[in-house]
Design a protein around this ligand. Structure first.
Ligand SMILES: [Zn+2]
Ligand SMILES: [Zn+2]
Length: 393
């Protein structure tokens, strides 16, 4: 039943099983390869489309780090109908908006049967969204270990200047070449690590929601995320130096969390109150027309803050919950070990925004969390004051 817990991540695609949580889970991704030189697995992964038209999408940067090699490998292996779409971005940042999505759609010929997205973030999200609407499978060649959305079905995109995350679909396959991932900018590595650290409070929050609110939980998914944690955290000190093994463990943790989310069809295994704070901060930045800080960097910082809530409320938490959240200090030290920021001040969150997010964070989404627990027990205002003082002096 819990066979998945003994599996290597590359064995998980296609899995379908009756779980000890009482539900049936399936993971309809066809292939995952995370290793050194994983890009060499691309031709085999795309083999069912060898004689079909394939559209491969990259920008100037991702073409250089992985796209050129991907096209070469496909051609060398007898793929003859590979069409390239290069977003010539120069030093500009590509935005997943109407223009980008429309351009991809324009380049999708009627006989196109597969798309390959070379790039993390924008390229991945854009190709994921377009193919979900046109009904094509897509393969992602990741270029940064920056987020946990590789095997999730959401695609954050822009419409009329506003970001939202419509449901799209799961990838056909994922290539995570650790040598390529190691070339990612440092802030994207910090972001990926922060997002993984965030799973600590997400899992503690899920436990609280089960005990204080009667929520559903799948322990197999919890263990899956914990397993991913252990390996990634054990290699955290290798991240600042871009050690390939640390990159692999980080990418695996991000992907494994995605697997857990896909199995239960909810983001619970990956997102609790720490994500509510980060979304609150992000919305404020967007409202003011500013570029938000990387999602995962915010999440890492917010995890330290939420851990303080678990500490402050330890006496009234249901039995066994507080043990799931390590001390805030330990989490901050872990972030630092991985080279990531650990305090809201450090990433430029203002005192006012911080205080407001503690008080209103629970309204971001209808999900039971430690913030809701604090509010229901009449402790939210008092803790918001205390922690604002503590983090800002
Ligand atoms: Zn996240
Ligand atoms: Zn389950």
């Amino acid at each position: 039943m819990d066979k998945i817990l003994t599996m290597n991540i590359s064995e998980m695609p296609g899995l379908s099983f009756d779980c000890s949580c009482g539900r049936h889970h399936s993971f309809p991704v066809h292939g995952i390869s995370i290793r050194k030189n994983a890009i060499e697995d691309l031709p085999a992964m795309a083999a069912p489309f060898k004689d079909k038209k394939i559209l491969i999408v990259f920008d100037t940067n991702t073409y250089r780090v992985a796209g050129e090699r991907a096209v070469c490998l496909l051609r060398e292996n007898g793929f003859t109908k590979v069409k390239e779409l290069l977003f010539d971005t120069g030093t500009d940042i590509l935005i997943p908006d109407e223009k980008t999505l429309g351009r991809i759609l324009q380049e999708q010929d009627l006989d196109c049967k597969l798309m390959i997205a070379v790039g993390s973030g924008v390229i991945n999200d854009s190709v994921k969204f377009v193919t979900s609407r046109t009904g094509l499978p897509f393969i992602i060649v990741a270029t940064a270990p920056s987020m946990d959305g590789y095997v999730s079905d959401g695609a954050p995109i822009f419409s009329h200047g506003y970001k939202y995350s419509p449901q799209a679909h799961l990838t056909y396959g994922l290539i995570g070449d650790t040598e390529i991932l190691a070339t990612a900018p440092q802030d994207m590595i910090q972001a990926g690590f922060g997002d993984v650290v965030g799973k600590i409070t997400a899992i503690a929050d899920w436990d609280l929601a089960v005990k204080a609110n009667g929520d559903y939980r799948c322990m197999t998914c919890v263990r899956l995320v914990e397993k991913a944690h252990e390996k990634c955290f054990a290699h955290a000190d290798g991240l600042p130096a871009r050690d390939p093994e640390a990159m692999g463990a980080l990418m695996e943790a991000l992907t494994m969390t995605g697997v857990a989310m896909a199995l239960v069809n909810i983001s619970r295994p990956a997102s609790g109150a720490e994500h509510m704070l980060s979304h609150y901060w992000e919305m404020d930045y967007i409202d003011r027309g500013l570029n938000p800080i990387h999602h995962g960097i915010q999440v890492g910082v917010a995890t330290v803050v939420i851990a303080r809530f678990f500490e402050e409320l330890a006496d009234i938490l249901p039995e066994g919950t507080k043990e799931l959240c390590p001390p805030a200090e330990e989490i901050a030290a872990l972030l630092k070990k991985g080279g990531a920021p650990a305090s809201p001040k450090e990433i430029g969150i203002s005192r006012e925004l911080f205080r407001a997010s503690l008080i209103n964070g629970w309204t971001v989404r209808p999900r039971y969390s430690i913030l809701q627990f604090a509010k229901d027990r009449g402790r939210l205002e008092e803790l918001a004051e205390k922690l604002t003082e503590e983090f800002y002096g």
